[in-house]
Ligand binder design. Structure first.
Ligand SMILES: C[S@@+](CC[C@H](N)C(=O)[O-])C[C@H]1O[C@@H](n2cnc3c(N)ncnc32)[C@H](O)[C@@H]1O
Length: 169
């Protein structure tokens, strides 16, 4: 199984059109509203999502350069938005990765048929959606975790670089 085939189940519509002006995580995009268009053939699969306040969106970073390992490609290091030091790609949430898969925890405002109104989007407009999973505290919440290099990022840097608002840059 050296190749996998993924088919988008929908499209994420968001107000973000410029990579460098898009918040770097949902916590930096609080209130940013958008629309998840789920293709009609998947509508039935949404039954029950109304009961969840938050959803994980799994998607393809369609505008990111794919990172290929040496020898023919690049080093598997990226400089995270919150840092100035190259880090192993798997120790970051960079969109530049061998398989450019994104994961965003968004707030579900409303389901309108096969359309989900969501908030806290850190995703570019037109992003292909691959999957949706409900956020469940009992499954997903962890306390007392370690945050690796992110523990050395100051709150000020996090706010300034994370939101990527023009007045913060
Ligand atoms: C650091 S990534 C984190 C995304 C997600 N929360 C994650 O952890 O996988 C967020 C950045 O990815 C970029 N981005 C968002 N959607 C993208 C897309 N469809 N293609 C390429 N880059 C994208 C934007 O520049 C945004 O600031």
């Amino acid at each position: 199984m050296d190749k996998l085939v993924l088919e988008p189940i929908g499209i994420i519509h968001s107000p973000h059109t410029e990579e460098s002006a898009t918040p770097i995580q949902p916590v930096c995009a609080e209130g940013t509203r958008g629309r998840v268009e789920v293709f009609p053939q998947y509508n039935e699969g949404l039954d029950g999502v109304e009961g969840f306040s938050h959803l994980h969106l799994i998607y393809w970073f369609h505008r990111a350069e794919r990172l290929r390992p040496f020898p023919e490609g690049q080093a598997l290091k990226v400089v995270p938005y919150l840092d100035d030091v190259p880090r192993g790609v798997f120790a970051t949430r960079s969109p530049r990765r061998p398989n450019p898969l994104g994961l965003s925890l968004v707030r579900l405002v409303e389901r309108r048929g096969a359309e989900l109104i969501v908030e806290d989007l850190d995703v570019l407009d037109g992003t292909p959606l691959l999957d949706i999973k409900p956020y469940v505290e009992g499954f997903d919440l962890r306390l007392g975790t370690r945050g690796g290099w992110t523990e050395n990022v100051s709150e000020e840097t996090f706010r300034r670089r994370g939101t990527r608002r023009r007045d913060e840059r």
